[in-house]
Design a protein around this ligand. Structure first.
Ligand code: AGP
Length: 609
C-alpha cells in the first residue's frame, strides 16, 4: 500500500522524508520518489524498486530544501516503473497520492481535450493537472486544490506543493488515511503514524473531507468548502512496532479490519450502476471472444482455491458457462483437456505461487486464453497472463490470507456479472440489482466486524478442543473449507471442512461431546437441509457453533453458540460469513499463544513446487 510523507520546517526535508518512507516499508511498495522545494526550484527524484535505489540517486544529485513530499508506490493503475512513481507534476503543481480515483478516465479525457498531456499511466497525475488548471484560472493555490478535489470521485490522501507558492504545503483526505505530526517549528504529514514517530508524538488525525494548509509558521484546518475547523492533537504512546500494526496486536487482525476499505477499493471504478454493467479494464479478451467461450478452468492453491470454488457458483449461475476447478499442483500433471475454446482463470494473491504459475503455462501451452485475479501488480502470474483483474487489497503481511481472499471473491463476482451481461444471460436490470447489493458490502462488513468481542468469548470456550469440523452447503461449503484452513494454519488445531450433506458418509463417526462443529447456516435455499445436518450433530452430542444471518431466532435454543452476520444476497453471503471464520481462528490462536502472523512451517508466498 502506498505511503506518503511530507515535511515543512527549518531542517533539510530530504533525509526526514526518506527516513519516514523507510518506516512505512512494511506496507509494501514497488517504487519511490521525492520532491523538495529550494525557494522556487522544484527538484523531483524517482526510482523504480526499493528506497535504496532512490537514495543512490540522491547521493549523486542531492535534493535540497526545507519543504518536500515523498511517496512509496504500490502499483494499482499502471505498472511499477519510474514513470509511474510519484510525485507527479503538472506545470507548477506537484502531487503525491494514495487511494484510487474512480472517475479518472472521464477526467483524463476532459483534460486531454483541453490540451493537457500526460506522462504516466496513473490516476494520480489527473490531480496534478486539475489543480494546475484551476490555479491558472484563480491564481490561488488553496482555492485551486479545493476546486480540483471537488471534481474527484473515489478515495484519496494527497500532499501537494506549488512552485508559485513555495512556502505552502497542502494535504487533504477522503477515504484514505492521513495524519499530521506537530513538531516545534516544523510540521509533518504522513499516511501512517510510524513515519513521524521519531520526530513527534503529537498527532492530529484528518477526517474525510478535511484539508490542512501548512506554512512554516502555522497550520490551518478546513473542510473542502473552506470552513475553518478546530482540531485537537493526540499524544501517541505506541512503540514503533505497534504503530506499524496500526495499534492492532497482529497484522492479521489489522488486515481483517481493513476488509471494508479493501473491498470498497476493489469495487471502485468498476460498477456502472446506471447502465447495469461492469467495467474491467485489462481482461485481455474482447466481447466477441467472451461470447465464444465454451468452458472455464479455474486454477489456484490454498485460500485462492477456495475463492475459485465460490467463483464456480458465480460463473455458472450468472454467466451459465461450465466451470472446472483444479488445485494447481494437480492440474499441471493430469494432462487436462484444455484448448482455445476455454478460458483459464488463475487466482493468486501473490502472483508468484509456483504451482499456479506452472498451471498457467500448461493452460497457455494448450492454447487456452488466460486471465488472472491477483493482488500484486507486475507479479509473474499477472505478467504472463493474457488478462488481469487486480484486487486492491493492499499488501497482505499476515501469512494467513484474509483481505486478499474476500477481495478475490469480489473481483470474481464482478467477472461473473460481466460475463453474464456479455453472454446475454443477465439483463441490465438484473445486473443493476447485483451492483446495488455489492455497493452495500463494505458497510455490512463493518457490521460483521462488530462481532469481534462475541467471537472472542466463543473462542475462549472452545480453544482447548483437539479437532474442529466445519460444515456448509452450496457456496458456503468453500467457506467451511476456508474456516478450517484458517484454524489449522494459525492455531495448529486439526480442522476439516465438509459439505454438510456429506457428513453422514463418514465424518459423523467422529462426533462426540468433544468435537466443536462450526455450521454455516444463513437463510438460503438449503437452510432446512443444513439445519437437519446440524440436528444430526446435536443428536450425537457434538457442540454446535452456528453462523446464521439476519434476525434468525429458530436456532437460538438448538446451538451452543450463535454468530449472526447481517443479511445480504445469497451470492455475497460467503464474503460476510468469511469474517467470523477469520476472527474465530484468530482469537483461538491468540489464546493458544501461537505466532499468528508467521505460523510455523508456512511461507507467505510459495515459490517452490
Ligand atoms: C492462505 O492463508 C495460505 N497462506 C495459502 O493457502 C495461500 O492461499 C496459497 O499458498 C496460495 O497463495 P497465492 O494466493 O499467493 O497464490
Amino acid at each position: 500500500m502506498c505511503g506518503i510523507v511530507g515535511y515543512i520546517g527549518s531542517q533539510q526535508a530530504s533525509q526526514i522524508i526518506i527516513d519516514g518512507l523507510r518506516r512505512l516499508e512494511y506496507r509494501g511498495y514497488d517504487s519511490a520518489g521525492i520532491c523538495t522545494f529550494d525557494g522556487g526550484a522544484v527538484q523531483i527524484h524517482r526510482a523504480e524498486g526499493k528506497l535504496i535505489n532512490l537514495e543512490n540517486i540522491l547521493r549523486e544529485t542531492p535534493a535540497t530544501g526545507t519543504r518536500g513530499i515523498g511517496h512509496t508506490r504500490w502499483a494499482t493503475h499502471g505498472r511499477p516503473s519510474e514513470i509511474n512513481a510519484h510525485p507527479h507534476r503538472a506545470g507548477n503543481i506537484v502531487v503525491v497520492h494514495n487511494g484510487i480515483i474512480e472517475n479518472y478516465l472521464k477526467l483524463k479525457a476532459r483534460l486531454q481535450s483541453a490540451g493537457h498531456t500526460f506522462s504516466s499511466e496513473t490516476d494520480t497525475e489527473i490531480i496534478a493537472h486539475l489543480v494546475e488548471e484551476h490555479f491558472r484560472a484563480c491564481n490561488d493555490f488553496e482555492a485551486a486544490v479545493r476546486l480540483a478535489l471537488a471534481e474527484v470521485e473515489g478515495a484519496y490522501a494527497v500532499a501537494i506543493l506549488c512552485s508559485d507558492e513555495p512556502d505552502t504545503l497542502i494535504a487533504a483526505k477522503l477515504g484514505s488515511p492521513l495524519v499530521v505530526g506537530q513538531g516545534v517549528g516544523e510540521y509533518f504529514v504522513a499516511s501512517d503514524i510510524p513515519a513521524m514517530l521519531s520526530h513527534t508524538r503529537e498527532m492530529i488525525f484528518l477526517e474525510d473531507g478535511e484539508m490542512v494548509v501548512f506554512t512554516e509558521q502555522e497550520m490551518r484546518f478546513t473542510d473542502l468548502s473552506g470552513v475553518s475547523l478546530a482540531k485537537q492533537s493526540k499524544t501517541i504512546t505506541w512503540s514503533p512496532l505497534m504503530a506499524e500494526k496500526g495499534g492492532y496486536k497482529h497484522f492479521m487482525l489489522k488486515e481483517i479490519y481493513e476488509q471494508p476499505r479493501a473491498i470498497a477499493d476493489t469495487i471502485a471504478g468498476r460498477l456502472q450502476s446506471e447502465e447495469g454493467d461492469i467495467y474491467l479494464e485489462d481482461l485481455g479478451l474482447d466481447d466477441p471472444q467472451l461470447q465464444k467461450l465454451e468452458k472455464i478452468f479455474i486454477i489456484a492453491c490454498g485460500t485462492s482455491w477456495h475463492a475459485g470454488l465460490v467463483a464456480k457458483f458465480y460463473l455458472e449461475k450468472l454467466a451459465r458457462i461450465p466451470v472446472e476447478i483444479d488445485i494447481a499442483s494437480e492440474f499441471r500433471y493430469r494432462d487436462p483437456i484444455v484448448d482455445d475454446s476455454c478460458l483459464t482463470i488463475l487466482i493468486s494473491q501473490s502472483g508468484e505461487t509456483a504451482d499456479t504459475l506452472a498451471g498457467l503455462r500448461e493452460a497457455k501451452g494448450k492454447g487456452s486464453k488466460t486471465l488472472c485475479v491477483c493482488n500484486v501488480v507486475d507479479s509473474s502470474i499477472s505478467r504472463e497472463s493474457d488478462g488481469v483483474i487486480y484486487t486492491h487489497a493492499g499488501p497482505e503481511i499476515g501469512v494467513a490470507s484474509t483481505k486478499a481472499f474476500t477481495t478475490q471473491l469480489v473481483a470474481l463476482y464482478q467477472l461473473a456479472l460481466k460475463l453474464g451481461r456479455v453472454r446475454g444471460k443477465l439483463s441490465a436490470e438484473q445486473c443493476r440489482e447485483q451492483v446495488e447489493a455489492l455497493l452495500t458490502l463494505p458497510r455490512k462488513l463493518e457490521e460483521a466486524l462488530e462481532l469481534d468481542e462475541h467471537i472472542k468469548a466463543i473462542s475462549r470456550d472452545f480453544m482447548n478442543a483437539r479437532d474442529f469440523l466445519y460444515l456448509g452447503r452450496g457456496n458456503q461449503y468453500p467457506i467451511a473449507l476456508e474456516g478450517a484452513l484458517k484454524l489449522k494454519e494459525i492455531s495448529y488445531i486439526h480442522a476439516e471442512g465438509y459439505p454438510a450433506g456429506e457428513m453422514k458418509h463418514g465424518p459423523i463417526a467422529l462426533i462426540d461431546e468433544n468435537l466443536p462443529v462450526v455450521v454455516l447456516v444463513p437463510r438460503n435455499a438449503t437452510y432446512d437441509k443444513v439445519v437437519s445436518n446440524m440436528e444430526e450433530v446435536r443428536a450425537r452430542g457434538g457442540k454446535v457453533i452456528a453462523v446464521v444471518s439476519g434476525e434468525e431466532i429458530d436456532l437460538i435454543d438448538k446451538v451452543d453458540a450463535l454468530i449472526r452476520v447481517p443479511e445480504i444476497s445469497d451470492d455475497l453471503m460467503p464474503i460476510l460469513t468469511s469474517v467470523p471464520m477469520q476472527l474465530l481462528a484468530y482469537h483461538i490462536a491468540v489464546f493458544k499463544g501461537t505466532d499468528v502472523d508467521q505460523p510455523r512451517n508456512l511461507a507467505k508466498s510459495v515459490t517452490v513446487e
